[in-house]
Design a protein around this ligand. Sequence first.
Ligand code: SG7
Ligand code: ZN
Length: 269
Amino acid sequence: GRDDWDYMRNGPDTWVDKFPMAAGSRQSPVNIETDRAESDHESLSTKPLRWKYPAYASRKLVNPGYCWRIDCDGEGTFLSGGPLMDDIYKLEQYHCHWGCSDSRGSEHTVDGQAFAGELHLVHWNTTKYRTFAEAAKAPDGLAVLGVFLKVGKTHEEMEKIARMLPYVSHKDEVVDIVDPIDPSKLLPDDNGYWTYLGSLTTPPCNESVTWVLFKKFIEVSHHQLNIFRNLRKFPRGEECPCHENHGAVINNFRPPLPLGNRQLRECGS
Ligand code: SG7
Ligand code: ZN
């Protein structure tokens, strides 16, 4: 069925059996070979990438059983410019991927190097499509901003999320966000990025995403990552279905796929 995939027994290697799009030639993530990036100033920097997220856009914190996710009210949010050109995208949700240890966890890699985690801000094209679902099926329907997480000092905005995670420790738990969380404070202070055309990194792996990956990482603490690793894959009251790692949500990343003949572009440093 729809939820019949995971990162273990029904892991990325098996997704193609149930989700044929996962076998496509425009899949994500990829390894960013920095030498291969084309800096084409004309098309990316004539209209700089710009975003706006109002303080109350972040509405609910959810544990879907394979990450944490913050569902947003896209009204008033805005992402445009750069590879998205004049189309206006709205923020739907943001979520995170991480490892079992600090040496892995990101989906994209940079010159073969993985980071401890990767934050994704998922947007949809409201200029061309009427709903998120409609946009998710279109080649220019979605735009995801990706931010690499490196272990270092405590991140203040991430701390607001970390403090709420114990309230959604089990699958399907949801809490309302009262203390505002500003997703723009989760972005690095430098806007340089790589961009390429790819897919959702989870089934059904729709080839509908313009990826924008910030070159600069943000720092989160080892303790904050451990709080992510405390999320459970199974509902409260149910017995842990797997004996490994006490059913912890860890290693929720898809390994990189070939970039093939796709263009990798860069803007800024
Ligand atoms: C995460 O990544 C979730 C998914 C998301 C998926 O597993 O945030 O979203 C929901 C609703 O659970 O899928 C359709 C969608 O946004 C893939 O997003 S990603 O490519 O940015 N990793
Ligand atoms: Zn993601």
